[in-house]
Design a protein. Structure first.
Length: 365
């Protein structure tokens, strides 16, 4: 054993030296890595360009600097073809997996839609009033506002009632996916700095890519209909929930965490008993933002055959019917008010419970 240690000792010493060198010159090392990546991308772009768009020899670009005036056609990173090949590979190898997801989400949407549509409309309004009344902490004005908005959905036009139910089912399923996946990811980001640094660029990318771009992969993997709309809503709306969950966990006072650990609480007990309850106002704010962004995606999702109130807006735009588009837009606004009032009121109710009560001392004169 000692013989093998002596044999690998120079290699170990070399790795230790490289590690200490990188640690000492960390800034310069990052610059070196970025430079290597940049040069590598330029070389890949040059090699993959068509022959008629590039010089015969790479060294010719240093003799003729005309390519600095207009952007050269050989400096074009070939991203489109690898992406298309990647999606083709996904469909070919994991098509059954996406079909199962499609079958599950479509069955869930159909069951929910058929159940709610089959109920009498006064009963649906009564259920919404009941949910709002207890979610808001028995606030009468919030309950009356939500009841009025729910009634007005059908009052605008009878055909909007079923379409608003379809849209509501799509939004609810998309929100459930956001909550099931977004909150655990936000907690993982708050508890692990490396996970946070790795996911932040991905979240920035998800929030900056135009929402139309989410529909194309959804159509390729799930076809037309409600399922690609649900997936597009999830991708578009989950980043705010992840960010606000991460923020809420990190904003918990360290003294409170230390106190719970001093009483013998494990990391899991501290998370579930201290951090998550105190972070609930931020998490509910994230769910509220998630809901608003989901409704913003409804009209765009109608372009891929999603039934709902969004296709009324699209039909009005296609026919240049200002009244139809405005009427359907008002229905979407009413849906947004309903979701916003319920989620925000519940968040305020939780915040009142988690915040310490202020004691008022009455001083007798």
């Amino acid at each position: 054993m000692q013989k093998y240690i002596e044999y690998f000792k120079p290699v170990i010493s070399l790795f230790i030296f490289i590690g200490s060198f990188i640690k000492k010159y960390k800034k310069y090392f990052k610059f070196f890595i970025y430079s290597v990546i940049f040069i590598g991308l330029v070389i890949i772009s040059y090699r993959s360009a068509r022959p008629r768009y590039k010089p015969e020899h790479f060294t010719d670009i240093f003799n003729d600097f005309s390519w600095l005036v207009n952007w050269p056609k050989w400096l074009d990173f070939p991203l489109m073809q690898p992406l298309n090949s990647g999606f083709d590979w996904l469909i070919e190898n994991y098509g059954m997996f996406f079909d199962r997801i499609n079958f599950f989400l479509l069955g869930l949407y159909t069951s929910m839609k058929n159940t709610i549509v089959g109920l009498p409309w006064p009963l649906v309004i009564a259920i919404v009033i009941f949910i709002t009344y207890f979610a808001s902490g028995r606030k009468t004005h919030t309950t009356v506002l939500v009841a009025f908005c729910t009634f007005f959905l059908g009052f605008l036009s009878p055909r909007y009632w079923d379409k608003c139910i379809m849209t509501t089912c799509i939004v609810i399923i998309g929100m459930l996916l956001c909550v099931i996946i977004g909150i655990p990811v936000g907690i993982a980001m708050a508890r692990n700095k490396k996970v946070r640094n790795a996911l932040l660029p991905i979240l920035d990318l998800m929030q900056t890519i135009p929402s139309f771009c989410y529909l194309i992969p959804g159509i390729l993997l799930f076809g037309l209909g409600a399922v690609p709309a649900i997936i597009a809503i999830f991708v578009y709306a989950v980043p705010p929930l992840i960010r606000l969950t991460d923020l809420g966990i990190r904003l918990v006072d360290t003294e409170v965490i230390e106190a719970s650990e001093a009483f013998g609480a494990s990391k899991r007990q501290t998370l579930w008993g201290v951090q998550i309850p105190l972070a609930l106002p931020n998490i509910m704010q994230g769910i509220n933002q998630c809901t608003m962004m989901s409704l913003a995606m409804v009209v765009i999702a109608s372009m891929i055959g999603t039934r709902g109130i969004g296709d009324e807006v699209l039909l009005g735009l296609q026919q240049l019917n200002v009244g139809m588009a405005t009427e359907a837009g008002i229905a979407i606004v009413l849906l947004a008010i309903i979701f916003d009032r319920i989620t925000q009121s519940y968040g305020e109710r939780i915040q009142e419970k988690t915040q310490p009560k202020k004691e008022i001392d009455y001083v007798k004169n």
